[in-house]
Structure formats: C-alpha cells, structure tokens
Design a protein around this ligand. Structure first.
Ligand code: HEC
Ligand code: HEC
Ligand code: HEC
Length: 448
C-alpha cells in the first residue's frame, strides 16, 4: 500500500511519541526500581540474636493473623486478604528453604520488612503491612528473623499467587507507590516525652501496625498519616464492612472517656465497661494483644491517650432516661423501638446498658456513635462473637438478624439505637443497609 506524505508524517510523530514514552518509563523505572540491600552496622553484625524475644515481637506484630490460614499449619501462609483489586494470599514464612524463608539473610529480611521487596526482588503488595514494620529497629528485626528461622517448624507448602487480574497484577508499579507513599525511616523517639510514651508510640506505629486499620486511606489506598503528624492518624477508617474505631481523644467516638486501665482491659480481653470488640479487632486481641506484657499495653494506652481529638466525628451522648421509660411503659416512639423490644432488649435491656462485661452497653458506645454505621450494621446483620482470652474466656455471642428483617426495618432499628438513651448519631439509610448486607452475606457464605 502506498502511503501519502501526511500519513507517513503522522506515523513518524506517533513513533516519536511512543519512543519518548518508552524512554520516560525507562528513566522512571531506573529511578524507582533499585532497592539495594541495607547495610548492617558492625554492632548488629556482632550481636547475638535472641529468638525468644523475636517470638514475643512476632506476637506483637500479629504475623499469625495473616500468615496462618484458619485450620492450616502455623505460619505456612495461604490466608486470603481482600484488596480492592482482588484477593492476595499471605506467604509461607516457616524456615522451609524452598517454600518458606529459610534462605533469607538478615539484610534481605530487613529490606523485605521495610520496603516490601522479597529475596528474589519481587515487589510485595502493601497488604503486608511493611509501611508500619518499616519503623521497627534492626535489632528487633534480627530477633524476629532468628525466631522464624530457628523457632518455627518448617512446612513444605508452596505459595499461591493472587486473584488480581493481569495487567493489574504486574508488581513493578508498586515501586512507584513506595516512592510516593512509603516512609521507611525508623521510629524516632520524641525526647520531650517519657520512655513509656515512646515505647507505646514505637509499638503502635511499628510492629502493632494499628494505623493500617485505624487510619483513613486516600485514593491510592495509602494511609493518610503514619505518625501523629496529622489528626487523621488513628482517627478511624472503613474496613470491609466494619469501621475501625477512632482511637484519638474525641469525647464519645474516641478514647477520651477511657482510662489507660480501660484500654489495657480492652486489649487484654476484648471488652471493657464502655464497649466490646468484634470481627477484625477481636482477632487482633485473640492473636496478639492479649499475649502482650501489661507494661507494653500500658505504654500503648499512654500513647493513645496523648492523641488530640480528630475533627471529623460528630456522634454525641448526653445520658437521659427517656428511652428506657418509653420502652418500659410500652409507649414506643417508632418502629425501630418496637424491633428493639422484640429482638434486642432481652440482652441489652431497656436501659441499653447490657450486663457487665458479657453484654456490651449500647448507651454512649463508641461503636454505635461512630460516624459510619458500618460496625453497628455488620453486628446486627451478621452477629458477633466476643474474643476468648485468658482473662475473659467466655465467647458470648450475639445472633445474626440478616434473615429476620428487611433493609427498611434494619435501617429504622439502627437509627433508633443510634439515637436512644441520649445517643446522637446520624440516621442510617436503607441503601447503607443494602451495602452492608451484601458484605455480610458474602462473609456468611464463606464461613459455610
Ligand atoms: C495484614 C496481614 C499481614 C500481616 C499482619 C503480616 N503479613 Fe507478612 N505478608 C502478608 C502478605 C499478604 C504477603 C504476601 C504479599 C504478596 O504476595 O505480595 C506477606 C509476605 C511476607 C513475607 C515475604 C515472604 C516471601 O515470600 O519472600 C515475609 C517474610 C513476611 N510477610 C513476614 C511477616 C512477618 C515477620 C510478620 C509479623 C511481624 C508479618 N509478615 C505480618 C500479609 C501480612
Ligand atoms: C485488622 C485491623 C485492625 C488492627 C490491625 C487494629 N485494630 Fe483496633 N479495631 C479494629 C476494628 C474494626 C475495631 C472496631 C471493632 C468493633 O467495633 O467491634 C477496633 C477497635 C479498637 C479499639 C476500641 C476503641 C474504643 O472506642 O474503645 C481499640 C482501643 C483498638 N482497636 C486499639 C488497637 C490498637 C492499639 C491496635 C494496634 C496494636 C489495633 N487496634 C489494631 C481493627 C483493627
Ligand atoms: C443473645 C443476646 C443478644 C441479643 C438478643 C442481641 N445482642 Fe447485641 N450483642 C450481644 C453481645 C454478646 C455482643 C458483643 C459481641 C462482640 O462484641 O463480639 C453484642 C454486641 C452488640 C453491638 C456492638 C457493641 C460493641 O460494643 O461493639 C451492637 C450495636 C448490638 N449488639 C446491638 C444489638 C441489637 C440492635 C440487637 C437486636 C437486633 C441485639 N444487639 C441483640 C448480645 C446480644
């Protein structure tokens, strides 16, 4: 075919643009991709690692929650983690040399834990919380590696890939994400604060990776803050169908009313006089925080109690006995109240106050007052089960109601609870119930 002069020129322009783009991409890759192994100080090289301390740190880092599949071999991986693009699967971190991490050297392990670059150079999805582990000091990572390689039974189980479809599954773009969002500097103590505060800050920002759930995320799924540089840090976030609580100093939706002892009790047993936890936080308590030393939990509480109030929360509570009197007298103000009498009052009582540490108090409860109704909806629709811990072994459960009431009823019930006994939180719409029901039904299906 004979080309006209102008179409040849167009072809040239297109080729030049493509070439320029290729050069740009190559330059950008050369800038973003290199992840040299970190240097090891002579102090660390000469140090005798302490696997027993490493075991404790692995508990504080909650490696178990993700790297052990329910019912599967310890640390052999395979647990599915939902991401917006599809499920990714945790890997085998037992010392098996072929399938696990038996061949990792300390520099390779440090690079993995801080930058998410595996031994073979593969980029790891930030579903693995390296954005937080980056804060952990070399000696601690050395102890964790010593524990993983010498204190864990090797399991020859191969990793599986991810369910993320090609081309989104290509891993090198994560290098750009890291350049934009990863702050891989060590935790730096604040010398104006005492050692207890600093210990708490280090655990929360580092191994505890509390912010990966409790800090809101931006458009690229990056945490909006990884230290208390902003009042978005730990201000609460929407997870898959559950809201991670606001851990800042807000009156009703945060930790202002909780004493350090209340917070320690919640981390130890999953409940305290203000509320209880379910779902993902119940797992954190069960696998991780209940096994931590009281002094470390107190340090965490001390740090959390120092955080200022976040500006985004609007829930309020001023106790009054109007609702309790209405419920007792049978003068029910709305349909939500009727459903409450029908299905809830037997446990949570007319005054909403439940029973001690067995049935949580709903009056002034931060889970009920949270801006987003995700938690209250996921509990009402899907039920909940308290974590079983050494301190409070009873796994008291709340039944699921998804099968019993349509969206409209659940919306009215949730709106009633969020505005009863002096609670004041935004009303819940049918659409919000519909979205929450979808996630709950998916969870129910997966469990059967
Ligand atoms: C929130 C879930 C989560 C937690 C908690 C977690 N990991 Fe991971 N980890 C993952 C996922 C998911 C991957 C694989 C990501 C991928 O395929 O890109 C991974 C990968 C790894 C790898 C890479 C192994 C390889 O294949 O080369 C190591 C090592 C590792 N994690 C160690 C740890 C340690 C140690 C802890 C605890 C201190 C921990 N992880 C806690 C989710 C988690
Ligand atoms: C896997 C996600 C996840 C991680 C990691 C996580 N949390 Fe939570 N946390 C939640 C969710 C979700 C809730 C709300 C639970 C509910 O409403 O039943 C919660 C609730 C809480 C509460 C109760 C708040 C209140 O009002 O009393 C505290 C305290 C808490 N978390 C502290 C922590 C600390 C400290 C860490 C880190 C050591 C941490 N969490 C790590 C998901 C997480
Ligand atoms: C059989 C007793 C029982 C009944 C009936 C019951 N609940 Fe619960 N409820 C519980 C228990 C136990 C928990 C704690 C579960 C957890 O946190 O894991 C709970 C938790 C909750 C929470 C979360 C509180 C928090 O601190 O995280 C809300 C909200 C709630 N229930 C509302 C209701 C509503 C509304 C109804 C009626 C549709 C209802 N419950 C019926 C026992 C019950």
């Amino acid at each position: 075919m004979r080309m006209s002069f102008s179409s040849q020129r167009w072809l040239r322009v297109v080729l030049i643009i493509l070439l320029a783009l290729a050069v740009l991409l190559a330059v950008a890759l050369a800038w973003a991709l290199p992840a040299p192994l970190p240097a090891i100080s002579s102090e660390i090289a000469a140090r005798q690692p302490d696997p027993e301390h490493g075991r404790y740190l692995a508990v504080a880092g909650d490696c178990n929650a993700c790297h052990t599949q329910p019912g599967g071999a310890f640390f052999a991986g395979g647990r599915a983690l939902a991401t917006p693009l599809g499920a990714v699967y945790s890997t085998n971190i037992t010392p098996d040399p072929d399938h696990g991490i038996g061949r990792y050297t300390l520099p390779e392990f440090i690079r993995l834990m801080r930058q998410g670059v595996a031994r073979d150079g593969r980029r790891i999805y930030p579903a693995m919380p390296y954005t937080a582990y980056a804060k952990v000091k070399d000696a601690d990572l050395q102890d964790i590696l010593a524990y993983l390689q010498h204190g864990v039974r090797p399991v020859a189980k191969a990793d599986r890939g991810s369910d993320i479809p090609w081309p989104l599954s290509i891993r090198w773009p994560i290098a750009f994400w890291n350049k934009a969002f990863l702050d891989d500097r060590r935790f730096k103590p604040d010398l104006t604060r005492g050692p207890v505060w600093n210990r708490g800050a280090e655990l929360v920002q580092g191994l505890g990776h509390c912010g990966t759930c409790h800090t809101p995320r931006g458009l690229a799924f990056q945490e909006k803050a990884v230290t208390n540089s902003s009042d978005l840090y730990l201000s609460g976030a929407e997870l898959d169908g559950q809201s991670a609580a606001n851990l800042r100093g807000n009156d009703w939706t945060g930790l202002k009313r909780s004493t350090p002892a209340d917070i320690v009790q919640l981390l130890k047993t999953g409940r305290n006089r203000h509320r209880s936890v379910a779902g993902q936080m119940a797992e954190v308590v069960e696998f991780s925080t209940q096994h931590m030393r009281d002094a470390d939990l107190f340090a965490i509480a001390t740090y959390l109690k120092s955080l200022s109030a976040a500006s985004r929360q609007s829930g309020r509570f001023v106790a009054n006995d109007v609702t309790a009197r209405q419920l007792e007298s049978g003068h029910l103000p709305n349909r939500g109240a009727r459903i409450y009498i029908d299905s809830c009052a037997a446990c949570h009582r007319y005054n909403g106050q439940g029973a001690g540490l067995t049935i949580p108090n709903l009056a002034g409860n931060s889970a009920v007052l949270h801006n987003s109704p995700d938690t209250i909806l996921s509990v009402i629709l899907g039920g909940a089960r308290l974590p079983s811990t050494a301190g409070e072994p009873s796994r008291t459960a709340m039944p699921a109601y998804y099968w019993r009431y349509p969206d409209k009823d659940i919306a009215e019930l949730a709106t009633f609870v969020r505005n009863a006994w002096g609670n004041r939180a935004p009303a819940v719409s049918e659409d919000q119930v519909k979205d929450s029901r979808k996630l709950v039904l998916e969870r129910v299906r997966q469990q059967h």
